[in-house]
Design a binder for this molecule. Structure first.
Ligand SMILES: *[C@@H]1O[C@H](CO)[C@@H](O)[C@H](O)[C@H]1NC(C)=O
Ligand SMILES: *[C@@H]1O[C@H](CO)[C@@H](O)[C@H](O)[C@H]1NC(C)=O
Ligand SMILES: *[C@@H]1O[C@H](CO)[C@@H](O)[C@H](O)[C@H]1NC(C)=O
Ligand SMILES: *[C@@H]1O[C@H](CO)[C@@H](O)[C@H](O)[C@H]1NC(C)=O
Length: 393
């Protein structure tokens, strides 16, 4: 009787202790020897830290990326845009309004413009109207009002090269997942010497820092990388410049591609997969296009993942977010239930998440990596977590 009463408690404490997040040391400077680092795991779906751990810390900042590394991510994800003077930066929106303090800066009051962006007239402060020096004076802020606001005004925008340094300074191998963002717009508004394109600059920067090599090749395993874009012609273009694996992002069903004006149906057909698989290793669809949603309930899944897999394309959907604002009712407000569904039922190969720590916890709980692939320190902390309940009793 007593035992029965206690069981749920014991079970709960075991779960809490055993599923305790594996913390990694914060990255320090000068860790350069890739061969001695704990390798990237390749046996379970990739944990892709969407804009860093932006569920907790303002997106695409150094702090958000360090947090994601500490929380166990496989890849840190970023969006590449350009400053007016052609420096590649990590920033998601083409306008600075929603995630920086630009609107409150008097010195930039005259920079508010309206441009045509993929067929829409968008007003705001565009990254390419500011030099890097000016961008560096801005401070970032949290995008959503219901997330932690305590870091607003603290962190600057980072450059793409600073982002690469964060990945390379990590104490274990951490992959990168940069997006060639809005290439049509960037090439319209920014001119690089020698007639170079935005895409050329991105690949040049990656190569300068030693990135290259086909998926799972030796160099790839030392410096894991997926290059993503919504623009198929950018991916086809860079296929002549680099053999790094590329992923085609797929937007909502109603949106045509920004560069080829093809519909969702066109770029997800079997004929298209046969064509594009010569250039990409996978697709990155918005998850609601895989499992359509009505009134916050999920409907029957489409055959998109099955067909992509039949073409040997990986599927990395976006975006997984813990909050009730984003979780569909089917998941009982439980992010683990959402991960379980997508990993076990749908069978995806990677997940873009705003909460890397939650996905990492879930995976450590549901499909822990073999002990041999873990560092001694992790092993010791795991043993400690196993004996702790007995020590207490
Ligand atoms: C920028 O301009 C647009 C349209 O001209 C206006 O709606 C918006 O409020 C302006 N933003 C700021 C911060 O002044
Ligand atoms: C890639 O290079 C080949 C051979 O030089 C050329 O025929 C092709 O047009 C190039 N493709 C792109 C997309 O630039
Ligand atoms: C894109 O395609 C749509 C529908 O086929 C057409 O109405 C539109 O004019 C096209 N836009 C461009 C920029 O070609
Ligand atoms: C989600 O819940 C609704 C309502 O209960 C149900 O009809 C639907 O089949 C569920 N979707 C999935 C994918 O399980």
């Amino acid at each position: 009787m007593i035992l029965t009463k206690c069981l749920p408690l014991i079970w709960l404490s075991l779960v809490t202790l055993c599923a305790g997040r594996t913390l990694y040391q914060r990255p320090g400077k000068g860790v350069k020897d890739d061969a001695s680092k704990q390798p990237i795991q390749t046996s379970r779906p990739y944990n892709i830290a969407h804009r860093g751990s932006n569920g907790e810390i303002p997106e695409e900042t150094k702090a958000a990326y360090l947090k994601a590394i500490e929380e166990g991510t496989d890849f840190i994800e970023t969006d590449i845009l350009s400053s007016k003077d052609g420096v590649l930066i990590c920033f998601h929106d083409v306008i600075l309004d929603l995630t920086t303090d630009v609107a409150s800066r008097k010195e930039f009051a005259g920079r508010n413009r309206t441009y045509d962006v993929q067929g829409f007239k968008i007003p705001g402060f565009f990254t390419f109207d500011f030099t890097l020096k000016e961008l560096k004076t801005l401070r970032t802020k949290q995008r959503y009002a219901f997330r932690d606001q305590q870091y607003n005004g603290k962190y600057p925008i980072i450059t793409f090269e600073e982002f690469l340094a964060i990945a390379q300074d990590a104490p274990r191998v951490v992959g990168i997942y940069p997006e060639i963002k809005n290439p049509v717009l960037m090439n319209q508004h920014v001119k690089w010497p020698g007639g170079k394109r935005f895409e050329d600059k991105v690949v040049e920067t990656l190569k300068k820092h030693g990135y290259g090599g086909a998926y799972l090749s030796k160099n790839w395993l030392n410096k894991p990388l997926f290059i993503q874009s919504f623009a198929p012609s950018s991916l086809v273009y860079i296929s002549n410049l680099t053999d790094s694996p590329k992923v085609l992002l797929i937007d909502d069903v109603i949106r045509p591609t920004q560069d080829t004006n093809q519909t969702y149906a066109e770029i997800t057909s079997d004929a298209y997969f046969t064509y594009i698989k010569e250039y990409v290793v996978g697709i990155g669809p918005w998850k609601d296009t895989i499992v359509p949603v009505t009134n916050n309930y999920m409907l029957t899944p489409t055959d998109l993942v099955k067909r992509a897999h039949a073409h040997k394309l990986q599927v990395h959907p976006y975006t997984y977010r813990n909050e009730n604002q984003f979780l569909h009712f089917n998941f009982s407000q439980d992010p683990y239930k959402e991960y379980e569904y997508w990993i076990k039922e749908i069978g995806v190969d990677g997940l873009f998440t705003d909460f890397t720590g939650s996905l990492h916890n879930y995976q450590e709980w549901a499909s822990p990596l073999p002990e041999t692939s873990k560092s001694t320190r992790q092993l010791l902390s795991h043993i400690a977590s196993l004996v702790r309940p007995y020590a207490k009793a």
